[in-house]
Design a protein around this ligand. Structure first.
Ligand code: PLP
Length: 419
């Protein structure tokens, strides 16, 4: 599933020993495997190869240019949710005609930028947004391609913060409103309504919610067809889950096997918007133990990465596997020493600054390196400078070589733009 493996008790990323990289770049740092990234993209691409399809990598998961460039070279398009992401996707070489733009709050400026860049389409989430795109397109003398994002009202069985396809969520249009807009399409003289979009949530491990959503959408599209409205695109969104702990997520083939028969009923080109599935397990965060602090009730392993570097555990209470990057020569870290139960915490001034609570890990001491797995998606991309901490570098491994693909921020970066 990924190319982070222990060989004789030492953690390797592809053919690079993690402990060899650490002194050269300092800690903490993000470490990515190019092979894992590309393999995951190819798996999904291949699974849907029996139909005309487009995999639009979701930049929000990880928008590093080098990573996006690797995916662009594989033929990936991009799913963006801001003009900043659009800027980066274009910079990385993702062709405009393979870029789709979602999000409930696109500004007029962002719409103008997207139309001038001639992206494939905007995924529209509200009636006033549709009106505004029509107006901006008219002003620019363009015909804007749009899909309507529908909210199929299904339970994706994931964390509430990343569930997006239930009717109480802010995303998408109800099927009724979407149908009415398609029927009124002639009124929007500067728009071409080409498709339907749905994204029901993130870290979804079962195909069931997708099938449930798609069944509703297929009925919806067939209904439109009966009314003489033919759509070119069906965007099924992203959200495919990965292994963090003990999950058994459906594979790309299982997704395809469940979804393709439904998609084939409507003969539209399918768009997928995976983020986490492609990049989640392609990255780890490497951090150094600063201190081990024992109190009357707990042991705290204090590390040099904080919630500003990786916020998922603090924000969602999510699990990340954490292991020392080496054991004694020739042994796995776990077989090395006695196990302790500890909270693994960062240096930030918040009690919510933790990576694991009451976690059983091999006894560690100051100076040792820990790998926090599954940090490739929503890791660096959600990082911040909280507590005035310069953000860590990002490092990419290819075979037995590594390259810093984003430098560690400097103190000067902390005051850039301030007066
Ligand atoms: N598409 C849209 C519209 C999204 O909002 C998201 C994530 O929130 C994604 C795709 C990517 O989701 P994931 O990284 O879970 O595949």
């Amino acid at each position: 599933m990924h190319d982070f493996k222990y060989v004789e008790g030492e953690l390797f990323c592809e053919e690079m020993r993690v402990e060899e990289i650490a002194p050269k770049v300092g800690t903490p740092f993000y470490l990515y495997s190019s092979k894992t990234l590309v393999d995951h993209y190819r798996k999904l691409d291949k699974a849907f190869s029996s139909l005309p399809h487009l995999v639009c990598y979701s930049l929000k998961a990880n928008s590093n240019l080098a990573m996006c460039k690797l995916l662009a070279q594989e033929g990936a398009g991009a799913d963006v949710v801001s003009s900043g992401e659009l800027f980066k996707a274009l910079k990385a070489g993702m062709p405009a005609q393979r870029i789709v733009f979602a999000g409930v709050g696109k500004t007029e400026e962002e719409i103008e930028y997207a139309l001038k860049a001639q992206i494939l389409m905007l995924n529209v989430e509200s009636v006033p947004e549709l009106d505004l795109i029509n107006e901006v397109a008219g002003r620019l003398g363009k015909k804007a391609q749009v899909s309507l994002r529908v909210n199929p009202d299904v339970d994706p069985q994931t964390h509430a913060y990343v569930a997006t396809g239930r009717k109480e969520n802010k995303f998408g249009l109800s099927m009724e409103v979407a149908r009415e807009l398609f029927e009124r399409r002639a009124e929007f003289t500067h728009l071409k309504m080409v498709g339907v979009h749905a994204h029901i949530g993130s870290q979804i491990t079962s195909v069931r919610p997708y099938v449930e959503a798609l069944q509703k959408i297929v009925v919806f599209i067939k209904d439109l067809e009966r009314g003489g409205i033919k759509l070119e695109y069906l965007n099924v969104g992203g959200g495919m889950g990965i292994v963090y702990e003990t999950e058994i997520p459906s594979t790309a083939e299982e997704f395809a096997r469940a979804l393709l028969p439904l998609i084939k009923q409507v003969q539209a080109k399918v768009i997928l918007e995976p983020g986490r599935f492609i990049v989640g397990n392609a990255g780890i965060l490497v951090t150094r133990v600063l201190y081990v602090k024992k109190t009357a009730v707990k042991t705290f392993v204090i590390v040099d990465a904080g919630m500003n570097d990786l916020i998922r555990p603090s924000l969602y209470g999510t699990y990340h596997e954490i292991r020392p990057t080496s054991g004694r020569k020739g042994t796995m870290p776990e077989s090395d020493k006695k196990l302790i139960v500890a909270d693994i915490v960062g240096p930030i001034c918040e009690s919510g600054d933790f990576f694991a609570r009451d976690r059983e890990i091999p006894e560690v001491e100051g100076g040792q390196l820990l790998a926090i797995f599954g940090a490739g998606a929503y890791g660096f991309s959600m990082s911040s400078n909280y507590n005035c901490r310069p953000r860590p570098p990002e490092v990419l491994v290819k075979g037995d070589k590594f390259q810093v693909i984003r430098e560690r921020e400097k103190y000067e970066d902390l005051i850039r733009g301030e007066v």
